[in-house]
Design a protein around this ligand. Structure first.
Ligand code: ADE
Length: 224
């Protein structure tokens, strides 16, 4: 059965383009995964559709209220699903976590906003908190998009060629080698001769050397 993902957000339209375009759009169209996007305001009960309120104890910003979030999660969740909250104070996202999530049957992703969400949501209806990096977005919807995009690549059939996954950065904990395409000569810049040589053993050697060089320069932490 294909993976199902339900995203709960105050900004559902932020995902329109992301889910419609490119490889993700094709993967959804082909039925490799199904994504439902839900406006949290649909679970508010007052006439102003209020989803947030001022923090107890004072301070700046607004806090997502528990009632609409509990109601939304209780409606979309299924037995055994994994309920994820996107937040900068969550567990760092990684290739390993993307692959793990791609093997689930149902994910519920909650996007927070502004100063955060009522702690009781995190205590009771969230299984895992994930951060996509050490910076703060205005809300978690783009983070949910990043997680969905990264995990979709591990769902069989989503990427055309099996090969494109194995050759890449992070499967071997090395950054990618430089790629070139035609023309072989462009504005006085030529493609490294070895790539035109047809000698596959030499090409492999050259590529690995470039990967190690780049990794040492940009991400020495990966070599430890
Ligand atoms: N929401 C705001 N910033 C975030 C981040 N870095 N990762 C995940 N969710 C977020």
């Amino acid at each position: 059965m294909a993976l199902r993902i339900d995203v709960l957000t105050l900004f559902p339209r932020m995902l329109d383009g992301v889910l419609a375009e490119s490889i993700l759009g094709k993967g959804i169209a082909a039925g490799h995964l199904a994504v439902g996007v839900h406006d949290l305001r649909n679970w508010t009960t007052d006439k102003h559709r209020t989803a947030d309120d001022r923090p107890f104890g004072g301070g700046a910003g607004m806090v997502l209220k528990p009632e609409p979030v509990f109601a939304a999660i209780e409606q979309v969740q299924t037995p055994g699903c994994r309920r994820i909250y996107l937040t900068p104070d969550g567990q760092p996202f990684s290739t390993a976590l993307a692959e793990e999530l791609s093997r689930e049957r149902h994910l519920v992703m909650l996007s927070g906003h502004y100063e955060g969400i009522d702690q009781r949501i995190r205590d009771r209806v969230i299984d895992q908190e994930i951060s996509i990096g050490d910076y703060v977005l205005t809300n978690g919807t783009l983070a949910a998009a990043v997680v969905i995009d990264a995990l979709a690549r591990f769902i069989p059939g989503v990427l055309g060629e099996e090969k494109s996954l194995t050759h890449e950065s992070f499967t071997r904990k090395l950054l990618d080698f430089p790629q070139y395409t035609r023309p072989a000569e462009f504005r006085g810049m030529s493609v490294p001769g070895v790539l035109l040589s047809g000698n596959h053993a030499e090409i492999e050697k050259w590529r690995l050397a470039r990967q190690e060089e780049k990794t040492r320069l940009v991400r020495p932490d990966l070599l430890k």
